[in-house]
Design a protein around this ligand. Structure first.
Ligand SMILES: *Cc1c(COP(=O)(O)O)cnc(C)c1O
Length: 386
C-alpha cells in the first residue's frame, strides 16, 4: 500500500498537471488584461506618482465591487491596518485583541500604535477568531468601567479587535460583531486575503468599523504592492484620506499640514495595475473556485488528510488552498513539505503563531488550543489562477 505522503504528492501532481510547468509556485500573479496599456499610459502622461486618475478610479472600483461606501487606497496592507487602528483611537498602552494565527502584519500594526497585542484562539472551521471562545474569555477577564472594557489582570483598556479572514474564509462576523458591541470594543477586519469573499451574501468588510485589503504580489489581485482601507463611515473615510496624504490642507499652491500624518498613498502607476487586475477579478474568482473543487474532489478518497473548505453561510474566494492533516498524521507534515518542494510543487506550513515570535512572546493571550493544532496540521498548496 502506498503511504500518505506519496499519495498526497501524486494527487497534487494530477490536479496540477494542466499547468504544464516544471515549478508550481504557491501563488503567482498573472497579467493578461489591460495592465500593460494602463501602466504605459501613466508613463506616457508622466502621472506615475501619488495622485492621478487611476487612483481615483481604483478606489471607486473597489467600492463598487465590495459595496462598502468608501475606499482609500494605501501603499500596502500593513499601512492600511496601522491607519485603521490609529483612527479607531487606539492609544499607547492599550490592548488590541488579535488572532495568534495570522500573518505578522496584523500584529505589527498594533505595535506601530504602541499598543499591546492580546492573542485569541481560532475556530477549527473558519480558521479565524472563534466567537464562542472569545465571548467566554471576555466574560471571564474583563470589566466595564464608564463604558470602557478593561482587562482585569492588566488594568489596561481593551480598545479594539482585529479579525482576519484566513486564506479568504470569512469568520463568524455576526456573532463577533455582537460581542464587540456588548463590550464596546471596536471591530476592524483585516480582509487582506479576502477580496471576493462573502458572508451571508454580503462582501466582507461591512462589519468592521474599518476594514483593510492588500494587493501584494501574492494576493487575489495585485498592484505590485498596495492596500486599501474600506469604511461605510463618511467622516472616518475623510479622516483616513487626510492622514494618509500627509494631512495636507487642500490648496492650489500652499503647503500647509494640520497634524502629524503619513505618506501612505498608493502611487498612480500601482493603481493602474490594480484597475486592470480588477477587470479580471470575476474571472479569477471562478477559476479559483474551480481549482478548489478539483482539489476537494481529488482528496476526498485520500485517508489521513482533508481540504479546508469554506465555512457555512460564506462564499470564500479560495485565495490559498490548504490541506489539513488528521491529528494522528501530524508527524508527516515536514516530510510532505520536503517531498513536494523538492519535486517542484511549492507547499508551505501556515504562519508560526504570533505569540511564539520573540517580540510578541510576552504579550497577553488566552489559551490557544485550536490555533496550536492548526499550526501543526495545515499545508498550503499551489493556488495560482491559470
Ligand atoms: C498580505 C497580508 C497583509 C498585508 O500585507 P502587505 O504586504 O503589507 O500588503 C496583512 N494581513 C494579512 C493577513 C495578509 O495576508
Amino acid at each position: 500500500m502506498i503511504n500518505i505522503e506519496d499519495s498526497i504528492f501524486n494527487v497534487l501532481k494530477t490536479c496540477l498537471s494542466r499547468y504544464e510547468q516544471d515549478f508550481l509556485p504557491l501563488h503567482a500573479p498573472i497579467f493578461q488584461g489591460n495592465e500593460w496599456a494602463y501602466v504605459k499610459e501613466c508613463i506616457d502622461t508622466t502621472w506615475v506618482s501619488s495622485v492621478g486618475k487611476f487612483v481615483d478610479r481604483f478606489e471607486q472600483d473597489i467600492s463598487d465591487f465590495t459595496h462598502v461606501k468608501h475606499t482609500v487606497a494605501t501603499v500596502n496592507g500593513t499601512a492600511a491596518l496601522h491607519m485603521c487602528l490609529h483612527v479607531a483611537g487606539v492609544q499607547a498602552g492599550e490592548e488590541v485583541l488579535t488572532p495568534a494565527l495570522t500573518f505578522v502584519a496584523t500584529t505589527n500594526s498594533i505595535s506601530y500604535c504602541q499598543a499591546i497585542p492580546h492573542f485569541v484562539d481560532s475556530n477549527q472551521h473558519t480558521l479565524g477568531v472563534d466567537a464562542k471562545k472569545l465571548a467566554d474569555y471576555l466574560a471571564d477577564i474583563t470589566e466595564i468601567k464608564q463604558g470602557v472594557c478593561y482587562n482585569k489582570h492588566t488594568q489596561r483598556p481593551i480598545r479594539a479587535l482585529i479579525i482576519m479572514h484566513v486564506f479568504g474564509h470569512p469568520v463568524e462576523l455576526d456573532e463577533i460583531l455582537a460581542i464587540c458591541q456588548k463590550y464596546n470594543i471596536t471591530l476592524i477586519e483585516d480582509a487582506a486575503e479576502a477580496l471576493g469573499s462573502y458572508y451571508k451574501g454580503q462582501h466582507v468588510g461591512h462589519h468592521g468599523l474599518l476594514s483593510t485589503l492588500s494587493f501584494n504580489g501574492n494576493k487575489v489581485i495585485t498592484t505590485g504592492g498596495g492596500g486599501a482601507i474600506l469604511t461605510n463611515d463618511t467622516k472616518l473615510a475623510q479622516r483616513v484620506k487626510h492622514l494618509t496624504t500627509t494631512a495636507k490642507v487642500p490648496h492650489s499652491w500652499e503647503f500647509n499640514h494640520d497634524e502629524v500624518a503619513y505618506n501612505y498613498r498608493l502611487p498612480n502607476i500601482n493603481a493602474a495595475l490594480g484597475c486592470a487586475q480588477l477587470e479580471q477579478l470575476d474571472d479569477f474568482l471562478v477559476k479559483k473556485r474551480q481549482l478548489a473543487d478539483t482539489y476537494q474532489h481529488a482528496f476526498k478518497d485520500i485517508k489521513g488528510v482533508s481540504c479546508i473548505i469554506e465555512p457555512k453561510n460564506t462564499k470564500s474566494n479560495y485565495w490559498l488552498n490548504a490541506l489539513c492533516l488528521d491529528s494522528n498524521n501530524l508527524m508527516l507534515r515536514d516530510k510532505i513539505l520536503k517531498i513536494t518542494n523538492e519535486q517542484g510543487i511549492m507547499t508551505r506550513p501556515i504562519w508560526t503563531l504570533q505569540n511564539k515570535l520573540p517580540m510578541y512572546k510576552e504579550c497577553p493571550s488566552m489559551s490557544l488550543d485550536t490555533a496550536l493544532l492548526l499550526e501543526k496540521c495545515i499545508i498550503n498548496i499551489p493556488s495560482s489562477v491559470m
